[in-house]
Ligand binder design. Structure first.
Ligand code: XIL
Length: 454
């Protein structure tokens, strides 16, 4: 027998497929050989809203794309979504959003839509394979966005609020916990685990921390790590201890010289403490809270030389830890592969061979910041544009291949976290890299990843 969840998932998928047809509770109940009353009750019990209202909201939300991006008349759009009259559509639309379709066409304002209830993270094809995560930030903490987080993800990474400059900006031990705490607690209260990002990085770190004598800087590093881990003890169980320590564009000679020759040298912590700062950070973190899984996090690991340097670094640090402490437990227990990919030049073979290589480290591997941009590297929110058909299809294909690859290698992968829900609020929004558009409508990429056969 099928579990009710699977069945409701199928219903939700049917609704998505049927938004432009005359889909309704009666027809759905018929298709699934059950009474309409029973379906309505089950739906309401599970999702706390009537199925009819949900279908209407999804139709109206989805019609926004046609209003903004098609040349169809309002009447045509109304008919396309199964409304019998233009006026019925306009009235429902105004009731839902507070303005008419014509207003939207003129003003192109942002709209709070109703995203699909597809429980892709917790109840998806991936649920038995790895955790599925996303970021949290102010914008995502309420309304529709937080509902999406709650319904779909079982782990979140605060995008910026646990970075050093967010937690402490003044010398003298003044910490700004309040904001980050509120965010972390809200996630935990809703049953969502939190991954911590990040303790030691060249970016988002107050200048005072790395200044002064070597001893002062080292004290700052140790105190900061200890204070943060102590503060979040029992709430956050895995942390990115160090981030992006290895350089880009390594030459063959760099790579042959060992990982220490591949470190970024032009960064504050290296300048202050030299090549040992990473190991010091990990040792301090282990001592501050042994319950935590300590991660190294980096991007561009599909580059074989960078991958080799990261591999060597983790191997070397873990090996020394084992020898000096006699412990079997590794010091660096996790590797976060950021996975900020671009559709141009995406090289699946390289992604595959890096993961294969890292699997030999015998530590947890996580995809920590997945997104697939259609543009070059351009930071900033709110710059999303309408994707060309070609880009949308290519992006969907890359996401699909990545997820099927993650599934094949689920034995090594603990978590797949995406770096953003929707294109508008992405840190590289110009490249429309997410699974949902600015109206929270699922994109081709979403369907490619989450509507696969079980
Ligand atoms: C990014 C955030 O998404 C932006 O909001 C912020 O302005 C800059 O940092 N690698 C990382 C993340 O480890 O911390 C970065 O996050 C994205 C790249």
């Amino acid at each position: 027998m099928r579990k009710p969840n699977d069945f409701l998932e199928d219903i939700l998928a049917e609704i998505e497929k049927g938004l432009k047809d005359d889909i309704n509770a009666d027809a759905l109940a018929d298709d699934f050989s059950m009474s309409s009353i029973h379906l309505q009750r089950l739906f309401k019990q599970t999702f706390r809203k009537p199925i009819g209202a949900y279908i209407r909201s999804r139709k109206l939300s989805s019609s926004i794309m046609d209003l903004l991006h098609s040349g169809l008349s309002v009447l045509d759009i109304a008919l396309e979504y199964g409304f019998s009259y233009e006026q019925t559509y306009i009235i429902s639309f105004r009731r839902e959003f507070g303005f008419t379709p014509g207003d939207l066409r003129r003003n192109r304002q942002l709209v709070r839509t109703t995203p699909p209830l597809l429980p892709f993270g917790q109840e998806s094809v991936y649920k038995n394979h790895f955790l599925v995560g996303n970021i949290i930030k102010e914008k995502y903490m309420d309304g529709v966005y937080f509902d999406m987080i709650k319904n779909n993800f079982n782990i979140v990474t605060p995008e910026n609020s646990l970075k050093p400059v967010s937690l402490t900006s003044n010398r003298g031990g003044a910490y700004n916990w309040a904001y980050a705490d509120q965010m972390v607690n809200q996630a935990l209260e809703n049953g969502i685990a939190v991954h911590g990002h990040v303790l030691v990085w060249h970016d988002w770190t107050p200048v005072w921390m790395t200044k002064g004598t070597k001893t002062e800087a080292e004290d700052n590093l140790k105190n900061y790590i200890t204070d943060v881990l102590t503060h979040y003890h029992g709430r956050i169980y895995s942390w990115d201890v160090a981030n992006e320590a290895i350089r880009d564009g390594l030459s063959a000679a760099d790579a042959a010289g060992g990982w220490k020759k591949c470190l970024r040298t032009n960064v504050p912590w290296y300048r202050a403490l030299g090549e040992n700062y990473i190991e010091t950070a990990f040792l301090t973190a282990r001592e501050a809270d042994p319950d935590i899984t300590l991660y190294y996090n980096d991007y561009g690991l599909e580059d074989p030389r960078k991958a080799q340097a990261v591999w060597d670094m983790i191997y070397d640090i873990n090996n020394r830890y084992g020898r000096t402490t006699g412990q079997e437990r590794n010091l660096i227990e996790g590797l976060g592969m950021q996975a900020h990919y671009q559709i141009n030049g995406f090289n699946e073979n390289r992604v595959r061979s890096s993961l294969k290589k890292f699997s030999a480290l015998n530590i947890e591997l996580s995809i920590s910041e997945l997104d697939v941009t259609a543009a070059g590297y351009e930071e900033g929110e709110g710059k999303d544009i309408v994707m060309s058909e070609n880009d949308a299809a290519l992006q969907a294909m890359i996401y699909k291949r990545l997820f099927s690859f993650y599934r094949e290698n689920a034995a090594y992968i603990s978590r797949v976290s995406m770096w953003g829900i929707d294109d508008h609020n992405s840190w590289i929004s110009a490249g429309t890299p997410c699974l949902f558009d600015r109206y929270l409508n699922p994109k081709q990429a979403f369907n490619a990843v989450f509507n696969t056969e079980k």
